[in-house]
Design a protein around this ligand. Sequence first.
Ligand code: COA
Length: 252
Amino acid sequence: MGRSLRWAVSLKETLSLPNFEELFRKAIFGLPEEDVKSQRAFRYKQDSLACIIGRILIRKATCDILEKSWPEITFERTGRGKPYLKNSPPNYHFNISHHGDLVVLATENVPVGIDVMRIEKRRSETAEEHIMKLKRQFTEQEIETMLGFVTELDRWRAFYRIWCLKEAILKATGIGLTDNLRKYDFWTKPNHSFEPGCYLTSTRYFHEKIEQKSWRIEECFIDLLYDVQFLSPDLDDIEEFEIFDVKPDKHF
Ligand SMILES: CC(C)(COP(=O)(O)OP(=O)(O)OC[C@H]1O[C@@H](n2cnc3c(N)ncnc32)[C@H](O)[C@@H]1OP(=O)(O)O)[C@@H](O)C(=O)NCCC(=O)NCCS
């Protein structure tokens, strides 16, 4: 099996399965105690389900790809919280993200980061007000791109797109939380054909003003509300690499 997977699971669809209760119970029994404990910490059922699904996706992908059995694998976390497989082969990497109705996973044979966000307009402020409130986290170029759009929806979309890219690079590198997001600079093309089912690879990434061409960036809308970003170092040199298990409909 190739090491490049992209999975997305809808909570709504999972909850509507006729045998959901039975599956959920099975999942809980199959997970280590600390995973079960961490999902109990959530206040809302949706968040705890997302947490459980995330842990299951990681296990399922790891067992499938590395041809291991469920009890054989153990996960640990870096000091900054990034989970990794204990005694992992060097070329196996994964990352997950959850937001709104979706839990998403990416696996690669190089370090990978993924972020998913629900695009929502806020009632209390306009996109411009929100962007300007966070302006220290964006470069001038990014602000210009976001505010270059005319409609509120397009401005919010542009905001979430860049926000997701920043989160994804922080997750790919394992840095996680940081207060200096301005140095991660993304040049996104205002692409109106950014439809569900399309993958975009045109975004350019600059770190402290230097273009980082070794990172591969993939963006897609899972449906009209979600925007996902994947990042991983360029894989051109790697043999036997499958870009996707399921081929996307279109590329730009
Ligand atoms: C680690 C971090 C990036 C997670 O982001 P998030 O959007 O809150 O959460 P996501 O759903 O995307 O990802 C959560 C998963 O990422 C993984 N993760 C946790 N820490 C991680 C790290 N340092 N690196 C990579 N992955 C990490 C875990 O698998 C986690 O799942 P779990 O909570 O079920 O264990 C977040 O804590 C963080 O540091 N965010 C940056 C905050 C920020 O400045 N954002 C502004 C961007 S413009």
